[in-house]
Design a protein. Structure first.
Length: 284
């Protein structure tokens, strides 16, 4: 499991505080304590399965005595009727875990499924599809993992691991040259060794970036595919290139064919539909 375990444990603790608090009173009221049983996680929609290892770990965090049998791994293409995992143990623990495991796996599988569709569109090109920071608050670590499972790549995780100078930063700083100069001073003072990317809105701003040079990657924001191709040719390998801004399944292939290195797509996470999964009691 690539997800950091300590972070997942904190997440589960908060999720249980939200959902369970002093007890699952329905289960406690209807099912005798320590009753043993089994359940199957059922796929009800075609897609790419994600969150399997995360779901397994959530079950173990909630009750380490639960026995989990994984039948389908992360990243596998699934069809309605497939059984992803079986769970055996205390029924109270299974039911306490049910909604959290499903919510996480449905969300992650929806993201992985959407990402895989975008990846199919850029097949045969050098372009890699990136996620963004347009994620559900506090779920970013799971949503970005789902992008990887779907075949995509991660952009920066947050504001701390990359300097990404966007249009507002440029405008507040007074221009491209001023922003880049300030960044270099800041990095020296702080002893920071993190990459620098800058967003440009037109060829005038791109020329200013190329004249300055103190940057690792340039984001071509809301450029047409033709303009991205022109920009990539002009940059000629001096900087890593990224296209962004409203790129859809209908347009991503045209952008990928320009030779751009990365294409960032906020829709991988901000408006995705969850994959339909359910947990069903298995009567022995």
């Amino acid at each position: 499991m690539a997800v950091e375990l300590s972070k997942l444990k904190r997440f589960v603790e908060l999720a249980l505080e939200e959902d369970v608090r002093d007890g699952d009173h329905t289960s406690l009221a209807t099912i005798i304590e320590n009753t043993e049983g089994e359940a199957e996680l059922l796929v009800k929609e075609a897609g790419v399965l994600a969150g399997v290892s995360v779901g397994e770990e959530i079950l173990r965090i909630i009750d380490s005595s639960l026995v989990v049998e994984i039948l389908i791994e992360d990243g596998a293409k699934v069809l309605p009727g497939n059984i992803a995992m079986r769970i055996k143990g205390k029924v109270h623990s299974i039911l306490k875990s049910e909604r959290l495991v499903l919510n996480v796996m449905q969300r992650m599988s929806g993201i992985a499924t959407r990402t895989s569709v975008y990846m199919d569109c850029v097949e045969g090109t050098k372009a890699k599809v990136l996620d963004t920071r347009k994620t559900t608050p506090l779920l970013r670590f799971l949503e970005k993992e789902a992008v990887l499972i779907g075949g995509g790549s991660n952009h920066r995780f947050g504001l701390f691991d990359m300097i990404l100078i966007k249009d507002n930063h440029v405008d507040y700083a007074g221009g491209i040259a001023e922003a880049l100069s300030s960044v270099q001073d800041y990095k020296r003072k702080k002893g920071l060794e993190i990459p620098v990317e800058i967003e440009v809105r037109n060829f005038e701003e791109l020329d200013a970036v190329l004249m300055n040079g103190n940057v690792d990657r340039v984001m071509l924001d809301n450029f047409t595919p033709a303009d991205v191709k022109q920009a990539v040719d002009l940059i000629d390998g001096r900087l890593v290139t990224e296209a962004s801004g409203g790129i859809t399944l209908d347009t991503i292939r045209a952008y990928a064919l320009t030779g751009v290195d990365f294409i960032s797509v906020g829709a991988l996470t901000h408006s995705v539909k969850s994959l339909d999964l359910s947990l069903k009691a298995r009567i022995l």
